[in-house]
Design a protein around this ligand. Sequence first.
Ligand code: NDP
Length: 296
Amino acid sequence: MANRVAFIGLGTMGYPMAGHLARRFETLVWNRTASKAQAHAQQFGSYAVTDLRETAAAEFLFTCLPTSVEVEAILEQLLPALKPGTLWVDCTSGDPQHSRRLAQRLRERGCDFLDAPVSGGKAGAEAGTLTVMVGGSRESYERALPVIGAFAGKVFHVGDVGAGHAVKAVNNMLLAIGLLSAAEGLATLAKLGVDPAVALEVINVSSGRSFSTEVHFPERVLTRQFPNTFSLALLAKDTRIAVAMAREAYVPAPLMQLAAEMFEMAKAQIGGDVDHTAVVKLIESWAGVQIAPRSE
Ligand code: NDP
């Protein structure tokens, strides 16, 4: 069992995930904006460190940063301080190729790496019920399992290093395609005079349903709230990773390509900081209609 863990990146996901770890283990936390680490220490009893290198005292090092680029920058700073045997668990939705390079650098120092991206959103992170897809050696996976379990509902070992990030990128590509296709379909129905709320009731007990129709549209679109829990820029990044993977594997993937392009266009037009579901507003503006319940 872990003596000490460290968590780097207390964003929407990392903050509550590190909170669950702190309830079970001695947990060091570091964040670029230090005030968040201090707030975390007060809320969960973790230990806020201001010098990143202090996190190297932990046996398990967690990262949850926007992309693999930020993970690599942190690794560059930490590498000289890492002790052999340290297990780096990267919960970022990262890039498999990048992860394989990071894992190699860590192995040269006697450390190991697991890519362990998560699914379940802010709500799942707060409830400690995230789905975690892990890539890496079986031995390191088994070593990390009791620690990852602090914030997970389901944990899967999906293959070697990079496999976790690969599964996550495809999952999020399916989310992106589901969101775009549901928006186009519902905008069409709204324009033809069908109440989108009624159409969703039908679709959600029929074969066209998806996470988007079951969750996003009822909770975020019909309510017109679009709460910002997962940024459009981050989903655009996931679609880019999925397209790069398809290219690398010589898999023709025109749908994935189109979805990635649409998210890049959306990012350019409405900005990356909005919630990913705000892409629906763009489709609404092209269609000249709003996907909202009809007022009788
Ligand atoms: P946020 O934008 O909320 O948080 C990002 C975190 O990374 C913050 O702690 C931020 O620090 C830190 N950070 C950003 N840039 C740097 C940098 N250059 N150096 C050091 N630290 C940096 O992201 P999320 O928590 O939403 O997402 C994190 C990862 O999890 C992403 O890969 C995302 O795709 C994935 N994910 C997100 C989900 C969601 O619903 N939000 C669901 C599942 C996966 P600071 O506080 O200083 O800004």
